[in-house]
Design a protein around this ligand. Structure first.
Ligand SMILES: O=C(O)CCC(=O)C(=O)O
Ligand SMILES: [Fe+2]
Length: 244
């Protein structure tokens, strides 16, 4: 069990606060994604990866092939979350609220997000979305994750973070995170996100606005993972809404 000390959680919050959020907001507005370099330290990545298994730390186990989601598996964490993971979610959320509210204003969605994650979770829970969504994914040779969106009910926070916990080229080859954008009356565009171990990627869960010549238009995003060619790959998924 990750029993990360308060010291580690404090250091993580300090790293999150030290990012240049103005620059991140600009990149995410332009591209729909942004890398959060070294969000987790290498020993923290190893600690979290090693949690993977049939223990009380997780509430459920999904084998992707059974659902047509791809190949590979993942487990959703139980509440209470390991402190490092809970802290990451609560420290990231308030930084993302201004971006999320700005996007909703531009795409004409009347929903606005409260300043604290606890308040947003209260909203999810009142609507019956009570299950924790942070997840740990495990991929082996030949595994992949089909393009998808992590929507678990009516209440959706429009940004999420995935953290690569393994070392590309050393622990695994292949297995790249892919983002696609579906644009009105245009063909889809794909991006491969170059992540190192410990890096997070912040990206749009679903819709985001894009400035065009005639004002904002709406882009729909999906994410997935290309086939792992060799080795073992772990990822931590941080989703801010809870699930029904
Ligand atoms: O394994 C990955 O890189 C993507 C994981 C994922 O789908 C998620 O975090 O929602
Ligand atoms: Fe996902």
């Amino acid at each position: 069990m990750v029993d990360t000390t308060n010291f580690q959680a404090d250091a993580l919050r300090a790293r999150i606060d030290a990012y240049d959020w103005g620059k991140i907001s600009q990149q995410i507005d332009r591209e729909g994604w942004c890398i959060l370099s070294d969000l987790f330290e290498i020993p923290e990545c190893d600690l979290i990866s090693r949690l993977y298994g049939p223990t009380d730390a997780f509430r459920s186990h999904v084998r992707m092939v059974r659902h047509g989601f791809g190949r590979g598996e993942y487990r959703y964490f139980s509440y209470p979350l390991p402190s490092l993971i809970g802290s990451a979610r609560t420290a990231l959320y308030p930084r993302l609220v201004p971006i999320a509210n700005g996007w909703y204003e531009r795409i004409g969605n009347a929903v606005r997000f409260p300043k604290s994650h606890a308040d947003f979770l209260e909203r999810c829970h009142a609507a019956g979305q009570t299950k924790p969504t942070p997840l740990l994914l495990e991929y082996r040779q030949g595994d992949y994750n089909c393009l998808h969106q992590d929507l678990y009910g009516d209440h959706v926070f429009p940004l999420q973070v995935a953290v690569l916990l393994s070392e590309p080229g050393a622990d695994f080859t292949g297995g790249e995170l892919v983002l696609t954008e579906q644009r009105p009356r245009m063909q889809s565009r794909a991006t491969v996100v170059p992540l190192g171990k410990g890096d997070g990627v912040l990206f749009a869960v679903n819709a985001r606005p894009q400035r065009g010549a005639k004002g904002d238009y709406r882009i729909t995003m999906r994410h997935g993972v290309s086939a792992i060619r060799s080795g073992l790959r772990h990822t931590l998924g941080l989703i801010f809404h809870d699930a029904a």
